[in-house]
Ligand binder design. Structure first.
Ligand SMILES: [Zn+2]
Length: 257
């Protein structure tokens, strides 16, 4: 076999060139080491957390969402989950989309916000468990998603068909970041503000589903309310988990019709 056909890491048959270690590697080594052992570049098509591999990210996110829902259900039990679900405004909604929105927010609430007697979230417990049941890519994605928080994201400009430059209005530095989302890039209005879960990945960020635009008309009132009731939300990134824990559930998209 030539040098090109042998995986530099394990010696199996190589299938792809790895830009991180500048050598040919097999799919198994790529899958188990990308983003962790390998410092993958943003333009590698096999790296789900870079721009070029964004389609992989979409598939990964779908697969992980199912596993998260299962983990939450087995972690809190159906009865407890139902009581959390009922706390979300669309809990009794009749349309399937509304129920989906409530369930999504309730799952995140159970996973990242609720804490047990030792102050641990379900995500903390799962992480201590080595993200049991997750493949390497999924475990890496879960590490990023476990640091998601609720905030208000302001659109600065649309960069291209899938990238939008944004800031977090509770970030005192106002450091710009890129959200990759084709539908957002297609409809985003400059300086519109979106309330919802935000996750930062190494090369881009993502808004959670069922976000809500904060209308300009009530924006100042909304900010004043946050300042009064959640002063810690205004103190920057270190206070984010508090902000996530204390922001009230917000009505699911489409609840009014
Ligand atoms: Zn290999």
């Amino acid at each position: 076999m030539t040098i090109k056909s042998i995986c530099k890491v394990c010696g199996r048959r190589a299938r792809r060139r790895c830009p991180a270690i500048e050598a040919y590697i097999c799919t198994r080594c790529c899958g188990s080491k990308r983003g962790t052992d390998f410092g993958c570049p943003v333009d590698c098509e096999f790296y789900p957390f870079g721009i070029a591999g964004y389609n992989l990210w979409l598939n990964l996110n779908d697969a992980l969402a199912l596993k998260i829902a299962r983990r939450v259900m087995s972690g809190v039990g159906e009865f407890q989950f139902q009581s959390v679900l009922n706390c979300f405004p669309a809990g009794g909604a009749s349309s399937r989309e509304d129920r989906g929105g409530s369930a999504y927010l309730a799952v995140l609430h159970c996973l990242l916000v609720e804490r047990d007697g030792d102050g641990k979230t379900l995500a903390n417990r799962w992480e201590a468990d080595g993200w049991a049941g997750l493949r390497p890519d999924e475990a890496l994605m879960m590490e990023y998603q476990s640091r998601a928080f609720v905030t208000v994201t302001e659109i600065q400009r649309v960069v291209d068909h899938q990238r939008t430059e944004c800031i977090d209005i509770f970030d005192a530095e106002r450091t710009p970041f890129i959200i990759v989302d084709r539908s957002l890039a297609g409809r985003a209005a400059r300086f519109s503000r979106i309330l919802g879960w935000l996750t930062h990945y190494p090369h881009f960020s993502k808004l959670g589903q069922f976000c809500h635009e904060v209308p300009q008309l009530v924006y100042q009132e909304f900010l004043d309310l946050i300042r009064l009731s959640l002063p810690e939300a205004m103190q920057g990134p270190s206070a984010r988990p508090l902000a996530a824990a204390s922001l009230p559930p917000f009505p699911a998209e489409g609840q009014s019709h």
